[in-house]
Design a protein. Sequence first.
Length: 740
Amino acid sequence: MSNEGKEIAGDERLVPTVCSSHCGGACLLKVHVKDGVIRQIETDDGEEPQLRGCLRGRAYRQRVYDPDRVLYPMKRVGAKGEGKFERVSWDEALDRVAGEVKRVRDTYGPASIVLAPMPGDHSTFSHGCVERLLAMAGGYTAVWGITSFQAGIMASLATYGMWYTDNTRDDLVNSRLIILWGWNPADTISGTNSCWYMAQARERGTRIVSVDPRYTDTAVALADQWIPIRPGTDSAMLIAMAYVMITEKLHDQRFLDTYTVGFDRFRDYVLGEEDGVPKTPTWAEDITGVSSDVIEQLAREYATIKPAALIAGIAPGRTAYGEQFHRAACTLAAMTGNIGIHGGDAAGRSWESIVVGGFPFPEMLMPGLEPLPNPVEAEFPGRGWGPAYDAVLGTQPRIHWVKLADAILKGKAGGYHADYKLLYVAHSNYINQFPNSNKIRKALESLEFIVTEEQLMTPTARYADIILPVCTFMERNSNTVGHGSAFVGSHNKVIEPLGESKSMFDISVALAERMGITGFVDKTAKELLQEQAARFGVPDYAKFKEEAIYRYPLPEPYVAFKAQIDDPDNNPFFTASGKIEIYSQQWADENNPEFPPVPKYIETWESRNDPMSEKYPLQLITTHFKRRTQSQFDNLPWLRELQRQAILMNPEDARARSVKDGDLVRVFNDRGAVVIPVEVTERIMPGVIDMPQGAWYAPDKRGVDRGGCANTLTNDEYSPSGAFAYNTALVEVEKIETTG
């Protein structure tokens, strides 16, 4: 049954829960419930620091009661993608899924079954259930690649040997300079209270600089300076800043000598001793579009204002060779001595599935649902760099996410491990959120069987043979961890699941029973959650459920690598050398010029200098929208009133195409076309357009997307580190002429 909550008026109850929609925040919501129905949602109004929800969390009532909710098991009765389904019983749906898994496994082998999972509305039950199920059923082909920040994780592993790299957000008040490099928490949250702490820092006199192709809402509200930069060129600017620090002797040589290895190799590259090209601010100006004077100024500020936090956002790493941006950012953090101190930042990237916002929470995996060895991978060795790299890079015969459609279409004939026949989609809007949606559509149409666990009739769900309805976090109990702050939260069950929807855990348990799998789990969901809370260090589980929040009693903000800096002899870094590795021997052993051992600038494919730019002269970026979380919340009326789905275009580019604000335009390249309105604004630099990601893919009969889905245009290639290149694509824009 649902959480009893607190009676506030008659039969109305107030139930606390923690919002966690994969949005970068984990905020306290206070849900008013009457007669089993959510009537109103408020947020934290208690003592500071409050964990206040954003507009998405406060609009969650519309999400729960969305007319597009899938409330019953559904069977496809029309063509794939047509969206024609009929309701079936759970018995029929489970029998069909279990039977198809067995049939495909026995006919083609377990490698022909592909699992495509995502966290959905993020909780500790979001990971492990289906993976465990399919492993126990004989195995499956897994995908690899962390869509949000693969480049940042790889750079953090290469530099620090691990991914616990962030300070908690409350430490920003100790900074005297904050550089927001491709970071827009006003929209993405990226740690509950990120903007609130920066506002406090600014009140104390902290200087804030935003480096971004767009003049974001964060920059408008908080920044003293906006530096527009061409997409995919961020590492060039960082390296030119290093040139200024080195030549003007502004870098912290004592820190480098004490805590790092390989700086001399990086210095040789920066000064041009390696390749004859000094990486001066003038060199970078032509690449980045940022004037040499601005580069020099920011370099001097970052080197001399202490402490300073360079927050390396996700967006610049979501480009071709995005790992170079993150490695360069980490290197500059070391050059300025801002690692392991209050008010500084290691400029790395934390793996949000395990470490959200930097605090090293205990293991996120649910006890009793830990991953089991996948029989399909048993004969394949790891990379040899250790389990951390294997977890991030994956082992053979895994398929990178962006190559999944290619693998489905080509199979063994294309050099892949198997011919893929069955796709199990778990909490993922695959066709919408991965590059080259048109190719993915063809792949989905070619499969023998698709099952998806889903809450809504998404573009991906329309291609499924069976849809298993999943309840929202307000209809189940689970745990989550704080984003940006040191707390854990309880997803308290606010109402009973609508229709016949079930939790991810209950679906996997039911399928295991249908498939004759014994020993899938030996505890109830309640027992698992209570045990996990104990592992998190929650001292009073009843109070935790009552308040929905447990805050760790820290005497000061958490600082990543503080122990390594304060006492290096007893606390080495997690690399092979025990130090911060500006030069990575592991990467050097790859002997790949596109995977260099020191941070370098490598020009992206589909850059403004690519021959393709003659046909498609505009660089496309696909940013995160204030009213959406990935593709979640896209169709909520309250949030649609806030922002329309439109491309942002600079007036200079609009004039050249006779386009005016509000015009309907066609955005296109060789991969597809999107019809969408245009917003003409000075808040984006010339030569760049922004099509916010997450809008639902809706191709017409000619294959032209009418929903505004950015991935209709993005490239299904990835960097040597596995980085996703969502922000590396060339397009053209033309006005659609109307008559009448």
